[in-house]
Design a protein around this ligand. Sequence first.
Ligand code: CP
Ligand code: NVA
Length: 309
Amino acid sequence: MKKDLLSIKDLAASEIEALSVLAADLKEQQRKGIGHPFLAGKTLAMIFEKPSLRTRVTFDVGMAQLGGRALYLAPGDIRLGEREAVKDVARNLDRWVDGIVARTFSHLTIEELARHAAVPVINGLSDLTHPCQVLADLFTIWERRGRLGGLRVAYIGDGNNVCHSWLYGAARMGIELVAACPKGYEPDGRILAAARREAETSGGRMTITLLHDPRQAAQGADVLYTDVWTSMGQEAEWAKRRRDFQGFQVDAALVHLAKPDVLVMHCLPAHRGEEITDEVLDGPRSIVYDQAENRLHLQKAILMTLLGD
Ligand code: CP
Ligand code: NVA
């Protein structure tokens, strides 16, 4: 793997598979109570410009389980690019720590950190992508279905950071991705085009489709995936988005259109009653908490791969 994990587009299919295999192994060791301090003595700095539950806790707990430690730097602590230039933050941190996780607004900030830090930089979500989430999602589906290639994933909702990472991930792994987004909320055209080119070369007959009809997308799906309509940083648009996304809620009727054994997934946090109903989120097809658990195991695999000796 490259020094940094900035986007799924930088990973080969074999590297994504290797991360899942290692994550499964670490999960088993954890379950059996077998210690695995492969990162003893290592330190991870975690820079957050936005709130987080899953990403923060799983990287912190993951480092502890691997025998290392993590240092949380809250939004107000270092004020990236305000109190100090991004490159100076990178050049200081790499003298003290062995890796950096960053959650930022601008994706350029993470790229700049990676360019100037001698140690690995991991994207813990930017406005553009959320690779750790989708790598954990791919692991979760692979655990359940034993394969990824040929599955049909319907992504219903906003063409946002999670959707972008799904486009890259699906194209790379030969998954048929059908995204249904309201008009004006489609994914970035360049990422869509890149994913389509990739799907043609690597996935063969697998396609990336963009629709505006959630029902058509959900037909026969193996996985129904959704995310919030209003992402972090877009709070001022909440009322307008709520109106514009009417008809895009994942509810029981939509689940009914998918395969009977469909997996309902959501990266969380969920805005219950907006993009997904309580009934579906808490229902028998939902695997959202397994998905959240797997952030831990998959990110431990990332940490071992990038920070290990
Ligand atoms: N899914 C996810 O990244 O959750 P947090 O925002 O809580 O980290
Ligand atoms: N799209 C969401 C994902 C949160 C994990 C956001 O950026 O807020």
